[in-house]
Structure formats: structure tokens, C-alpha cells
Design a protein around this ligand. Structure first.
Ligand SMILES: Nc1ncnc2c1ncn2[C@@H]1O[C@H](COP(=O)(O)OP(=O)(O)O)[C@@H](O)[C@H]1O
Ligand SMILES: [Mg+2]
Length: 472
């Protein structure tokens, strides 16, 4: 599967964020370690300086310890602290060192500034080479020695920095390893997370391409339990609708060619017969009547199609007003008198006893009733029943048209509203229809902001729709 740019982009962005984040964390941690370490080392050096000056040096100045014992004591502290110790007199000359390799420092003079600090009774603290004297950088703490109130010099303790830092190298290494491991783990998790997003997206885009190429039966099965799964199921819904539309379009082509070709064939056949004399003079009127009927059929399919497309493009104006319903229904039934009598249908009317006023568009309602009654009359077998019921609902009137002798299964029931959908019954003997009637009805009901639905059971089909009651 192809990895798209989303994958790369997310992976890069989050990856860089992780790296920068952990990098900063590592730097801050090291800085904190450093500071903490130097601070604590400084504390130790100062404490030791104090101790040495009190216990050992004071002993020397008071004559309790000799030079020999002094340098031994210094050596002990040196190895304990891992630091060099210098003893300086009141003039700044080095008079004692802790290491034998440092004997050459004896007698050298330290810088004035360094001594001046101690002279003032203050501790000295610095990192560096102690005025170029030391070979490597060190942490130096100085502590003054006073006997009574008299300045007697000081103690300098040098802790070599590389030594200091070595202690922390291990901690650094562990820290960095931990951070790297975390980063790696985060990256792995990130990889799978992003793939969880990007893979179904790629799948969806692949499917979209297939559908665009005309493979409408393509469906997705994304089970991520999140918005992407939702997207996938919306996509499937869309594909279903597209498949239906495509099926309708095929039907449309088939139906239109069928519905238009047969009248045109008859018309041209009859007219040819009249022109070349195959149809004798006395029969011409009969055939011309047939030609007229067929052209009317053609006219009807055209105007139905136009009507539907006008409505769908919102070019239909709705003029709602209050008018009487019972009368409208009766008039609509009367216009089907001929067919009703021909099929010997029984019409049952359950209307309101008194005049009932609805707030709607009377000519649109008439179109609805004509289409619904046309179906009822057309699909009810001979000697069947048609029942019309009007009932009261809060603020609404419900109109119910029921005819018996036919039933439509649930699957079919959903499709009857589609353009050019004709039930099997409508293909044979009832081929006058184009499968546009209910599509037009649904469109009109939508324009009126009302509801319509169909129900069917054993041997009956029921269409129910609502109308606004007029408040009088
Ligand atoms: N009253 C009804 N009784 C039985 N079937 C019906 C009824 N109304 C509609 N149908 C079914 O719904 C289909 C679509 O109706 P319609 O859109 O009016 O198309 P047409 O009348 O041209 O067939 C019909 O072909 C028929 O199968
Ligand atoms: Mg119809």
C-alpha cells in the first residue's frame, strides 16, 4: 500500500516534536545535575576547609602539631576528598601542600586578589586554573585562618573538575539511554498510531477512486471504533446511494427508451400506413385517434419529467392558503369515475362530518391526490376496494389512502419513491405509468413541508400523508 503525505507529515512533525522535547529534557536534566553537583561539592569543600583550619591548622599555629604531622593530615584529607589542599601564610606564600608531586608549589606566592578575599574574612570560591597555577581546571574553595583576630593566611582546596565530572558521566549515560529508549518507544507507538489513521484513509481514497471509475458496488469495512469508522460507514452510505442512483439511471435509460420508442413506433407506423394507402380511407380516423392518444402519452412523459426537474431545481412556487378538504377529495375521486366504474371498484370514504379546512396549496394537493388515486385505481384488481380516511392529529390532518388486492414487500417499499421505479405490476398491463408519479408526489410533499410514507401488509397498500390544519 502506498504511504501518502499525511503519514509522512504526521510522522515528521510528531517525530521532530518528540526529538526536540526529549532533547530539551536531556539538556535541562544535565544542567540541573551539573548545578546540583557543583553546589553540593562546593558545600563539601567549604565544610572541609573549615574543619581543616580548625582542627589541624590551628593546632599548627598553637604549636600542638608540627609541619610533618600537618602534611600527613593534609594527605589523608586529600585522598578522602580527592582534592589538593594548599596552606597559605598571611603574605600569600604557599607553606603546605597535600601531595608530594606538588612540592614545587611550596614557597610560591598566590595572587593578591585571591588573598585579599580571605583577608576580609570571606570564603573564596571559583572554578578555573587558580590563576594559571594548576594544570587542569578545578573547583577551588578558600577558607581564611584567623588566630584570635589576627589573619594567619588560609586553606585552598582544589577539586579537579574532570574528576568531578567523571562521577556524573555514568548518570548522564543512564539518563541519555533512558531518554533515547523513551524516544524510540514513543516513535514506535507513534508509527502505529499514525498508521491506524492513515491506512483507512488510504483505503477510503482508493475506494473513492474505484467508485469514481464506476464500480459502485465497492464497500469499505473499517473497524477502528472512532471517527474514521464513522467516515467509512458514511462513505458506504454514499456508495449505496450512488449505486441506487446508478441503477435508477440505467432504468431511466431503459424506461425512457421503452416508453418513448413504443408510441413513436406506433405513430410512425400509422402515419406511414395512411400516407402510402395501406390504411384505407374509412379507417384513417380510427388510426388518427390512436396517433393522437400516443402523442398525448409522449406529451405526458415529457411534462412529467419537466415537472419533476422543475421541482427539484426549486422552480415551483408554493402558495399556501386555507381551503376545504372534503370537497377537494371528492372532486379528485369524481375525475376517476370512468375507471372506477370500469373496474367495478368500491370506494369507501371516511371523511369528517363537517367541513374541514387545511392550510396548504390546493393545486399541489390536487396533484398529490391525482397521482395517488391514479395508482390506487390502476393497481387495485377488479372488484377491489379503495378506502380514504381523514383523521385528526395535533395541528395536522392525516389523509390515508388504502387499496387492497396488492402488497409490496419491505425492500420494494423503500424504492417506490424513486424516479422511474416501477413495480413488476406496472410493467405489463399498466404500462401507462412512467414510475414518476410517486417521485413527483414526494417532491411536492417536501415542498409543502409535510410528511408522506407508505405501509403495506397482506393484500393492502396504504399511503399516508399530513396536511396543516387551518386555524379558524
Ligand atoms: N396504490 C398502490 N398499490 C400498489 N402498488 C403501488 C401503489 N402505488 C404505487 N405502487 C407501486 O409503486 C410504483 C411506483 O409508482 P409510481 O411512481 O406512481 O409509478 P407508476 O404509477 O408509473 O408505476 C408502482 O409501479 C407500483 O409498483
Ligand atoms: Mg403512478
Amino acid at each position: 500500500m502506498k504511504r501518502g503525505t499525511i503519514f509522512k507529515r504526521l510522522f515528521l512533525t510528531y517525530g521532530i516534536t518528540i526529538i526536540i522535547g526529549f532533547g530539551i529534557l536531556a539538556l535541562v536534566l544535565m544542567q540541573l545535575f551539573d548545578q546540583y553537583f557543583i553546589e553540593s561539592k562546593k558545600q563539601v569543600l567549604i565544610e572541609q576547609g573549615q574543619k581543616i583550619s580548625q582542627e589541624i591548622v590551628l593546632g599548627l599555629y598553637t604549636g600542638q602539631i608540627d609541619q610533618q604531622r600537618l602534611s600527613e593530615s593534609l594527605k589523608t584529607v586529600d585522598s578522602l576528598l580527592n582534592a589538593r589542599i594548599w596552606l597559605v601564610d598571611e603574605n600569600g606564600y604557599i607553606i603546605g601542600v597535600s601531595g608530594t608531586s606538588e612540592d614545587h608549589y611550596l614557597g610560591q606566592k598566590i595572587e593578591e586578589a585571591q588573598l585579599a578575599q580571605l583577608y576580609k574574612g570571606k570564603n573564596y570560591f571559583q572554578t578555573g586554573t587558580f590563576g594559571e597555577k594548576l594544570e587542569e581546571k578545578a573547583l577551588t574553595a578558600g577558607y581564611p585562618i584567623f588566630v584570635g583576630k589576627v589573619f594567619k593566611g588560609g586553606i585552598f582546596i582544589h577539586a579537579p573538575l574532570p574528576e568531578v565530572q567523571k562521577t556524573f558521566k555514568d548518570i548522564y549515560a543512564i539518563t541519555i539511554a533512558a531518554i533515547l529508549l523513551c524516544g524510540l518507544l514513543a516513535y514506535v507507538i507513534l508509527y502505529f498510531q499514525i498508521r491506524r489513521i492513515s491506512r483507512p484513509l488510504a483505503e477510503i481514497s482508493e475506494a473513492a477512486k474505484e467508485i469514481a471509475g464506476g464500480e459502485f458496488q465497492k464497500r469499505l469495512s473499517i473497524k477502528t471504533g472512532d471517527e474514521i469508522e464513522e467516515l467509512g460507514s458514511s462513505f458506504n452510505h454514499m456508495a449505496e446511494s450512488l449505486e441506487r442512483i446508478e441503477e435508477n439511471r440505467r432504468n431511466l435509460v431503459a424506461n425512457i427508451s421503452h416508453d418513448i420508442r413504443s408510441p413513436i413506433t406506433s405513430i410512425s407506423g400509422f402515419v406511414e400506413g395512411i400516407l402510402d394507402g395501406t390504411i384505407p380511407k374509412e379507417k384513417q380516423n380510427l388510426y388518427l385517434t390512436k396517433v393522437l392518444a400516443e402523442s398525448k402519452r409522449l406529451g405526458k412523459i415529457t411534462s412529467n419529467l419537466l415537472e419533476l426537474s422543475n421541482m427539484q431545481q426549486g422552480q415551483m412556487t408554493v402558495k399556501k392558503q386555507a381551503f376545504e378538504l372534503n370537497e377537494t377529495i371528492r372532486r379528485a375521486i369524481i375525475s376517476f369515475e370512468e375507471q372506477i366504474l370500469a373496474k367495478n371498484l368500491e370506494i369507501e370514504l371516511h371523511l369528517f362530518d363537517e367541513a374541514i379546512y387545511v392550510f396548504s396549496d390546493s393545486s399541489l394537493l390536487e396533484r398529490i391526490l391525482m397521482n395517488l388515486l391514479d395508482n390506487a385505481v390502476k393497481f387495485t384488481p377488479e372488484n377491489g376496494h379503495i378506502r380514504i380516511n381523514t383523521t385528526d392529529a395535533p395541528g395536522k390532518i392525516q389523509i390515508e389512502l388504502l387499496n387492497d388486492g396488492v402488497s409490496i414487500d419491505q425492500e420494494e417499499l423503500k424504492k417506490i419513491w424513486d424516479r422511474f421505479h416501477k413495480g413488476d405490476a406496472s410493467r405489463g398491463e399498466h404500462r401507462s405509468g412512467f414510475g414518476l408519479g410517486l417521485a413527483i408526489v414526494r417532491e411536492i410533499v417536501g415542498l409543502l413541508d409535510e410528511k408522506i410514507w407508505a405501509e403495506s401488509g397482506k393484500d393492502f397498500v396504504k399511503i399516508i400523508f399530513t396536511l396543516d390544519k387551518a386555524n379558524n
